[in-house]
Design a protein around this ligand. Structure first.
Ligand SMILES: [Zn+2]
Length: 504
């Protein structure tokens, strides 16, 4: 590709609402464009190229693991979500709308119902199982406060996969296979990540694991043990039992538990003063979607007491649950070593679903004895557009993006400093054609701009390697640049071909 023909509107301006490096550089580098500042983005040619590269890695590893790609309708009839019971339960993030015939529809934030519907119409026998189907498609979630660019947009590209099995045991085998497959995907994309235990949230199910891209800017707090491999989202983290005596000072937190948009109930949560309430655990304890503080604790309907206060007997009909957050220094549940906190970006999530969707939706198969059984399911997601942001959060410097090998929009950037210098142009064109012929994805900066501006764009765009052809060509020298660390090597112009042939 010639830079002079490429639509890449780079800018020095930092967008007003941007605080994260990925948000700033993806906009400044002309990869994406905000649409009305509402959590919606257009992908410009460079952004689309990166998205396709990331998508290709995801697809390649899934296909190797035996998964099959499909593409489901983005608009989902509400009737399917009514069958599963999620149409009413799911909060305002679910965009609901009507068509001209007054039928209810949604824009899917996730596609369990759609995929179960596909499978229940086509799979009848145990002989057709197991099956792992996935798609890489748009999703919509009506975030109340979209922010951080691609990190928390309203429309996003997601890989969502669903597996169907004749037994729990076979589903667990596939869950492990998906964990290994996801590790390969994240490793190929050049990411430092950690697989942690997670809360299952609105998807439901029993065991679930998150793939956290490690970054200080991450929104999730994760609890990790350095002595063993234990790691968990703070929402799901557990530690060895802490002991409190009967005279421990207790802290009463009163909150309103919201079960759905209509029913609410006032619950008091009681825990030792030294502990902190973990809201997701508290929600799970009362099967609520959300918790809201209330002013007056007088008339609580329920009292939920932290497990650490087993001896607390002040309340009538107390319920006990683990509602406190694991703190730094608490003892690891596996090995007893001290736990610590770190930050991560959730970029993948895998769930053991069981029969939670197949039962209400009637997705059954005939077993070897001809008896109808509900299919056992797993579900597996990767935030593909969020991964772009995750890669940049981990790989950038004060000048711009530093793309990893498999995510970079181009493999090589050839920069001709002075387009009026015939020798520079001739060498640039020659290398460009040779590399293209080899199948290397190469960008030739053939613009009439000043050298300084071109170099700034190179640094901002962050292609892993560049050949800079400048004034020193008269001394028979060019520069080979590695974007990570901006390492520059002077190479004689006769040796550059051999070097490129060796590197690419
Ligand atoms: Zn440990």
């Amino acid at each position: 590709m010639r830079f002079s023909r490429l639509l890449v509107p780079t800018t020095k301006e930092t967008p007003n609402d941007a605080t994260l490096a990925s948000h700033i550089y993806l906009i400044r580098g002309g990869f994406i464009q905000s649409v009305g500042g509402s959590g919606l983005y257009n992908f410009l040619p460079l952004g689309k190229k990166v998205l396709d590269k990331v998508r290709a890695v995801v697809k390649d590893e899934l296909d190797k693991a035996g998964c099959q790609e499909v593409s489901l309708s983005f608009v989902t009839p509400a009737s399917l979500w009514q069958e599963s019971g999620r149409f009413e339960k799911y909060g305002k993030e679910l965009l609901r709308f009507k068509d001209r015939k007054n039928n209810d529809f949604i824009l899917g934030p996730t596609h369990e119902e759609m995929m179960v519907n596909l499978v229940r119409q086509t799979v009848k026998s145990y002989k057709q199982l197991p099956l792992n189907l996935y798609q890489i498609n748009l999703k919509f979630r009506d975030e109340i406060r979209p922010r951080f660019g691609l990190m928390r947009g309203r429309e996003f590209l997601m890989k969502d996969g669903y597996s169907f099995h004749a037994s729990e045991e076979d589903m667990k085998r596939e869950f492990d296979l998906m964990e290994e497959t996801y590790k390969k995907i994240f490793t190929r994309l050049g990411l430092a990540f950690r697989v942690v235990d997670a809360d299952s949230g609105a998807i439901g199910g029993s065991g679930s694991k998150e793939f956290m891209v490690l970054a200080d800017s991450g929104e999730d707090t994760i609890v990790v043990c350095d002595a063993c491999d234990y790691g968990a989202n703070i929402e799901a983290a557990v530690c060895q039992e802490k002991e409190f005596t009967t005279d421990t000072k207790t802290q009463v937190i009163t909150m309103k538990a919201l079960y759905d948009e209509c029913i609410s109930e006032i619950v008091t949560f009681v825990l030792p003063e030294s502990e902190v309430l973990e809201e997701v655990k508290a929600c799970n304890a009362v099967k609520a979607n959300d918790l809201v503080d209330v002013e007056s604790p007088a008339d609580a309907d329920r009292h939920v007491i932290d497990n650490t206060l087993k001896e607390c007997t002040e309340y009538v009909n107390p319920e006990y649950a683990d509602i406190s957050a694991v703190q730094e220094g608490d003892a690891c549940i596996h090995c007893g070593a001290e736990l610590r906190y770190t930050k991560g970006i959730e970029a993948g999530h895998i769930f053991q679903l069981g029969t939670q969707y197949s039962e209400p939706l009637g997705a059954t198969f005939l077993d070897e004895n001809g008896k109808a059984q509900p299919m056992v399911m797993g579900t597996y997601g990767i935030g593909v557009s969020r991964l772009l942001a995750g890669i940049i959060e981990q790989h950038h410097d004060e000048k711009g993006c530093v793309w990893t090998k498999e995510s970079a929009p181009f493999d090589l950037h050839i920069l001709v400093s002075n387009i009026k210098d015939e020798a520079q142009v001739a060498l640039g064109e020659k290398l460009y054609e040779q590399m293209k012929a080899k199948g290397v994805d190469v960008l030739l900066d053939d613009r009439k701009d000043r050298f300084g501006a071109k170099m700034k764009d190179y640094e901002l765009l962050g292609i892993p390697h560049a050949v800079v052809i400048g004034k020193k060509l008269s001394d028979d020298l060019v520069e080979f640049v590695t974007r990570e660390g901006m390492v520059k090597e002077e190479v004689s112009s006769s040796a550059i071909e051999a070097l490129l042939n060796e590197r690419f």
